[in-house]
Design a protein around this ligand. Structure first.
Ligand code: RNT
Ligand code: ZN
Length: 423
């Protein structure tokens, strides 16, 4: 191993364990729990939300990936190789989140309403060989039929039916993935539909969207193969005035139709955190999906860093005691830095935040129960400087992945040998 010596890592881990044990925290149990929480790595960080179609177009739907860092994946094989490189640097067993536009169409023109499982067979075989689960998304953007900003809520029946068919097929593909891999695929529907300027009618598009979604979900698919999720949003670039699929729209939809609600950390007002929403929506929904992202001033999809917001989200997932009902996906796209590093940084940060939450001293909650809010605040603040980093290093060591910044050297070497050769 590179970086600090194995013996030191183990010694520091042992001391940290004793320190936590004195506070009533079982580090072993926390690490076992952490190992059981998969994170779904979003394939679209690897190529700036490009995909492999011949029918699509430039990135649309208000999504923007800025930057031109060299070495992005140009083919499915390159993308898979890059994901493998990232996974070597991330502890634990995880999942990969695919978008429909990442199918393998053999250079043929396969439109979005024609996609089939066959176009994802290589992904499924690869996931199986690597012990990965798969999640899926219909791609309702970057396409001529989405160019005016509307898809499932479009006023034109033909356009609307095109996207309904696309989403229907996406669910079938998701179910096939889940069946093949023995782990349910979360198929998440996000659409960009919205108005740049003040609409004259907000109701009509929302009625059309609800009806279109009911069509998409008409066929029931076994939950052991496919779980449907719906993702709302506050606004997008070019859709500043009204988003058809708003939070209220989807909260109501998910509760009445028993769908998973997807909460994206970047889809609310800038000071509004999804952390506080988790315990509420879990009262009414069996399962939810989170898109862990980082907005900077707007839904800018920056790489997930170890912010207070991230820690609060992870803390709520653990504190509710329902981590098994919360599916975790990453959602950001930064084209200005090494894309493999972007995956590694975001995933490791989410895992670190989960670990920090799992190591929370029980005295904090006990103080609140006793009505001692002074002690609660004091203990919350003291817990921030407990040796959780030593536990994280120890975890990485036991999982055979680089400790601390040692992963960066591997990314740099890979960049030199592999990425720099890409045109
Ligand atoms: C867009 C949504 C959506 C996408 C991905 C590519 O604002 O967050 O989840 O980012 O599906
Ligand atoms: Zn999202």
């Amino acid at each position: 191993m590179t970086g600090p010596k194995k013996k030191n890592i183990e010694r520091a881990g042992q001391l940290a364990q004793e320190r936590y044990a004195a506070l009533g925290v079982n580090v072993d149990r926390a690490l076992k729990a952490l190992a059981n929480i998969p994170v779904s790595l979003h394939c679209w960080q690897g190529d700036d939300v490009g995909g492999f179609e011949t029918v699509g177009g430039a990135l649309g739907g208000g999504l923007v990936a800025t930057g031109n860092y060299p070495g992005k994946a140009r083919t499915p094989d390159e993308l898979r190789a890059d994901l493998e490189q990232a996974l070597r640097l991330i502890p634990g067993q995880h999942r990969i989140n695919l978008h429909a536009m990442y199918g393998e169409f053999g250079g043929r023109r396969v439109d979005r309403d024609e996609i089939e499982v066959a176009h994802f067979n290589n992904w499924i075989a690869w996931a199986k060989a690597n012990g990965l689960g798969l999640d899926f998304n219909p791609s309702c953007f970057s396409h001529p039929k989405a160019a005016d900003g509307f898809t499932l809520s479009h006023r034109d029946n033909g356009v609307r039916n095109f996207w309904i068919e696309h989403c229907r097929r996406a669910r079938e593909i998701g179910a096939a993935m889940g069946k093949a891999l023995g782990s349910p695929c979360v198929t998440n529907v996000w659409i960009p539909d919205g108005f740049k300027d003040t609409p004259a009618d907000r109701q009509g598009p929302r009625e059309r969207l609800a009806a279109a979604l009911d069509d998409v979900f008409k066929k029931s698919l076994p939950a052991r193969h496919n779980l449907d999720a719906v993702e709302g949003k506050l606004f997008g670039i070019g859709a500043e005035s009204c988003t058809v699929g708003s939070h209220e729209f989807y909260l109501g939809y998910a509760i009445t139709r028993r769908k998973l609600l997807c909460l994206d950390a970047g889809h609310f007002h800038p000071t509004e955190s999804i952390a506080d929403k988790i315990s509420s929506v879990l009262l009414y929904l069996p399962e939810i999906l989170l898109h862990v992202s980082r907005g900077v001033r707007w839904d800018s999809d920056h790489v997930v860093t170890f912010t207070d917001d991230l820690q609060a989200i992870a803390r709520e997932i653990i504190a509710t005691g329902h981590a098994d009902r919360v599916h975790l996906g990453l959602d950001y796209f930064d084209a200005s830095i090494n894309r493999i590093a972007a995956w590694v940084i975001g995933t490791r940060n989410l895992q670190k935040a989960l670990l920090l939450a799992l190591l929370e001293p029980p005295a904090i909650r006990a103080a609140e129960l006793a009505g001692d809010t002074t002690a609660r605040l004091a203990l919350q603040e003291e817990s921030k400087s407990l040796p959780f980093g030593a536990v994280w290093d120890y975890y990485c060591e036991t999982k055979g992945v680089p400790i601390g910044e040692a992963w960066l050297a591997e990314v740099k070497a890979h960049e030199k040998i592999v990425l720099s050769k890409r045109g």
